[in-house]
Design a binder for this molecule. Structure first.
Ligand SMILES: [Zn+2]
Length: 276
C-alpha cells in the first residue's frame, strides 16, 4: 500500500486544554518516509516525531518530549491524522499544546479533509500483532489480538448517573471515525476542577470545549450521543495507538483506558509486533 501526505496546508487555532495557552496549529505536506512530526515554530523549529519512543508518561494527556520543548495533549490531533490515513505530515505549532477547539477530534479531521491527500512513493508502515498481548496498568486493562485493520472495543466505568458503564465496539476506518468518533468531546467533573487546576492542568477548559459534569448531570451543553463518553475514550485510543508509528493491524480491547496505560501498551505492542 502506498503512502499519503496532504495536498495543501491547513491550520486551526485556539487555546490548549491543559496549558491554557493560545496556539496556531498547521498541517503541512511532508516527504515520503518522514512520518508524522510535530514542529515547534516558537522553539526554533525543533521537531519531535509522533512516536511512542518520544512519549512521556503524563497525567490526563499524552505528551511528547520533556521540559519547555514538550508537546502536550497530542491525542486528538493524532487520532484525526490516523483516521485520515496520512503517513507523512508536519504538524507545526507556535505553542506547547494543540488548540482544544470544541474538545473533539472533529475540527482536526475536517481541516485534514479540506487539505486533500496526495499519494507518494514508498510503502506505508504497518504493525501486525501476531499473538495475544495483555497488559494491566493500575485500573486500565488492555488486550490485543491478531486482526486486519484496527478494531477497538472500549469500556469505561464512572460512578456518575449520566455515565455509569459504557462500552463501544468500532471498526476504525475513515468513514466510521467520521461518523462515530470524531465528534465525541472530552469530559470532566466539576468536583475535580480544583485539584487539577492546582496541578497546572485544565487551565483552558470550559463548558465550550469540554462536557462538564456536576454531581447530577451535564452543565451548559447537550450530549451529542448518550454514550459520547466512551466514544471520546475510543477516539483517544485511536490517537495514542497511532504512536506505534504506522497502521496497526489488531483487535484491541481497552477497559478503563488511560493515556499513561495506552502509551505503555503501545510500547509493548511496538516491541512484539511485526513491522512491514
Ligand atoms: Zn481526549
Amino acid at each position: 500500500m502506498s503512502r499519503w501526505t496532504i495536498a495543501r496546508p491547513q491550520s486551526v487555532e485556539g487555546v490548549g486544554l491543559h496549558m491554557g495557552v493560545a496556539c496556531r496549529l498547521g498541517f503541512e505536506p511532508a516527504a515520503s518516509g518522514s512520518g508524522i512530526r510535530f514542529r515547534r515554530t516558537d522553539r526554533g523549529g525543533m521537531e519531535i516525531p509522533a512516536r511512542v519512543d518520544r512519549a512521556v508518561l503524563a497525567e490526563r494527556r499524552t505528551q511528547l518530549g520533556e521540559g519547555p520543548e514538550a508537546i502536550h495533549t497530542v491525542e486528538h490531533v493524532l487520532a484525526a491524522v490516523a483516521a485520515q490515513e496520512i503517513d507523512d505530515l508536519v504538524i507545526t505549532m507556535d505553542g506547547p499544546e494543540p488548540p482544544i477547539l470544541d474538545g473533539s477530534a472533529g475540527p482536526f479531521f475536517d481541516a485534514l479533509g479540506a487539505a486533500g491527500v496526495r499519494e507518494q512513493a514508498g510503502e506505508r508502515d504497518s504493525f501486525t500483532v501476531g499473538e495475544t498481548v495483555r497488559m494491566t496498568d493500575g485500573e486500565s486493562e488492555y488486550v490485543a489480538e491478531p486482526g486486519r485493520g484496527l478494531d477497538l472495543d472500549v469500556e469505561i466505568v464512572f460512578p456518575h448517573p449520566v455515565i455509569g458503564r459504557q462500552r463501544g465496539e468500532y471498526r476504525v476506518t475513515r468513514d466510521s471515525f467520521a461518523r462515530e468518533l470524531a465528534g465525541a468531546r472530552t469530559f470532566g467533573f466539576v468536583r475535580e476542577v480544583d485539584a487539577l487546576r492546582a496541578k497546572g492542568l485544565i487551565r483552558g477548559a470550559s463548558t465550550r470545549n469540554a462536557v462538564v459534569l456536576d454531581d447530577r448531570g451535564v452543565v451548559d451543553t447537550t450530549l451529542r450521543w448518550p454514550d459520547e463518553f466512551v466514544r471520546h475514550k475510543a477516539m483517544d485510543c485511536v490517537g495514542d495507538l497511532a504512536l506505534i508509528g504506522g497502521r496497526l493491524n489488531a483487535r484491541v480491547r481497552a477497559i478503563r483506558p488511560s493515556h499513561r496505560g495506552t502509551v505503555l501498551f503501545v510500547r509493548e505492542l511496538a516491541r512484539v509486533a511485526t513491522r512491514s
